[in-house]
Design a protein around this ligand. Structure first.
Ligand SMILES: [Fe+2]
Ligand SMILES: [Fe+2]
Length: 155
């Protein structure tokens, strides 16, 4: 399995969480609950961004040069999303926490779209299927999931 397929699967699960959060957040009045929702999303999003950065983006850096093409912007967006999630966790009022969390979700949606439309196809072109499968194995080890080995004939 290619790492890009694994990351796309993670995006899909995040989209479901984003939808649910956008639905329930506007009516949430308790700041501690909103902060905790922000913390839950941050835990998952931070590890997603770190795996992209450590595995996929660093290999692209080595092939194309540090922060080539959209990679610099992608890294900045990781930081911006993280910052807004931190803001939601540290907010003093429910409104402030909701606004920061909704902003992080909006930023993440647009960031994911760029990865899906630009970065992952770029990785396919510059790293190739075999390289992406090697990174897929590292992703599986980092996420502690078992990926069945495909018979060579099916690859
Ligand atoms: Fe990302
Ligand atoms: Fe991503």
């Amino acid at each position: 399995m290619k790492i890009t397929d694994a990351l796309l699967g993670e995006h899909a699960v995040f989209y479901a969480q984003f939808d649910r959060l956008e639905e329930i957040l506007p009516a949430m009045e308790r700041v501690e609950v909103v902060r905790e929702l922000g913390a839950m999303l941050a835990a998952a999003l931070a590890s997603h961004a770190r795996l992209e950065d450590d595995l996929l983006f660093s290999l692209l850096d080595s092939r194309l040069g540090r922060d080539a093409g959209p990679l610099g912007v992608m890294r900045m967006e990781h930081e911006q999303i993280e910052l807004d999630l931190q803001r939601s966790m540290a907010a003093g009022s429910a409104r402030e926490a909701r606004e920061a969390l909704l902003r992080a979700i909006e930023e993440a949606r647009s960031h994911f779209a760029k990865e899906e439309q630009v970065v992952f196809p770029m990785a396919e072109a510059h790293v190739g299927a075999a390289g992406l499968r090697t990174l897929g194995e590292q992703w599986a080890a980092a996420r502690a999931v078992v990926v069945a080995t495909e018979p060579a004939a099916l690859r």
